[in-house]
Design a binder for this molecule. Structure first.
Ligand code: G1P
Length: 289
């Protein structure tokens, strides 16, 4: 029923003020979890879901992101000369083909909805994925693949959701659902960052979306919402009723790297999931606790 998802948008224009001074001269998406920048986790997840085109919506001071996915001539040459074959293979294993990574500038920090709208011309007329690199997911099946599987069944729009404590509804986009089988919920309302008392549920959107291109027309007409920004959630509201819209309780654990604690937690969780560092890390945590 659904279309093949070929393209993913990565909104990466944010300033990362919550991570100063780390992000003074470096994009926050280059912060590493264990030994990989968070943006690479995001691209790997997209690629594992069969996505072939990666679109960065960037801003000033974000060139390190483009460099990270480019051929690194001096480094590769040096590694070759020194016979560092393992390191070389590691770097080469993750080079997108020329043309697979494209970027557009957001120009002004007008919000997530505006960032997605900036990718309109590069997406064209097909459903596409949006991945917010701040959200990392540890799961058996990559989270975006889980959304792609649902989209194939249901068509239309699909977002990954998780139940959060009621006091946290003010941090996320929240669903109002008309039916819910415990895994898949049919969405009838959406509200961005509601106060706990006003939240229609505690099902919150994480940074994984499959959207139809209809969203662009709506985003063009969406004014400022929560926080004075053009919100993706407000654009998505206009899709409700007109197109299928589902929330998937994905299998896996989400780590919100948008703040320091979530980021530290992600480092520990991803470290414990890695066979090369897990046992040593477990020993260190026990000794410090
Ligand atoms: C954004 C979205 C929000 C969503 C969240 C997931 O908020 O606006 O609906 O729940 O990402 O991380 P932000 O984290 O940019 O404030």
């Amino acid at each position: 029923m659904g279309h093949k998802i070929r393209k993913a948008v990565f909104p990466v224009a944010g300033l990362g003020t919550r991570f100063l001074p780390a992000t003074k001269a470096m994009p926050k998406e280059m912060l590493t979890v264990v030994d990989k920048p968070v943006i690479q986790y995001a691209l790997e997840e997209a690629r594992a879901a069969g996505i072939e085109d990666f679109i960065f919506v960037t801003g000033r001071n974000k060139t390190a992101l483009e460099d990270h996915f480019d051929y690194s001539y001096e480094l590769q040459r040096t590694l070759e000369e020194r016979g560092k074959t393992e390191a070389l293979a590691l770097i080469k294993s993750w080079l997108p083909r020329p043309g697979q990574v494209a970027s557009v500038r957001q120009q002004l920090p007008l919000g997530l909805g505006h960032a997605v709208l900036c990718a309109k011309n590069l997406i064209g007329d097909e459903p596409f994925a949006v991945i917010l690199p701040d959200d990392l997911v540890l799961s058996k099946t990559p989270c975006m693949q889980q959304l792609v599987d649902v989209h194939e069944e249901t068509g239309g729009n699909v977002v990954a959701v998780v139940d959060v404590p009621r006091e946290d509804t003010k941090k996320y986009g929240i669903l109002d659902v008309s039916s819910d089988d415990g895994r898949l919920a049919s969405v009838r309302g959406l509200i961005e960052k509601p106060a706990p008392a006003e939240a229609p549920s505690t099902l919150s959107i994480i940074g994984r979306y499959i959207l139809t291109p209809t969203i662009f027309g709506h985003l063009e007409k969406t004014g400022k919402g929560a926080g004075g920004e053009i919100q993706l959630t407000d654009g998505m509201v206009k899709l409700l009723g007109a197109e299928p819209f589902h929330g998937l309780r994905f299998e896996g654990a989400r780590y919100d790297c948008g703040d320091k604690i979530g980021f530290l937690e992600a480092n520990i969780a991803f470290g414990l999931a890695r066979s090369d560092v897990a046992s040593e890390l477990r020993r260190i945590i026990a000794a410090l606790a």
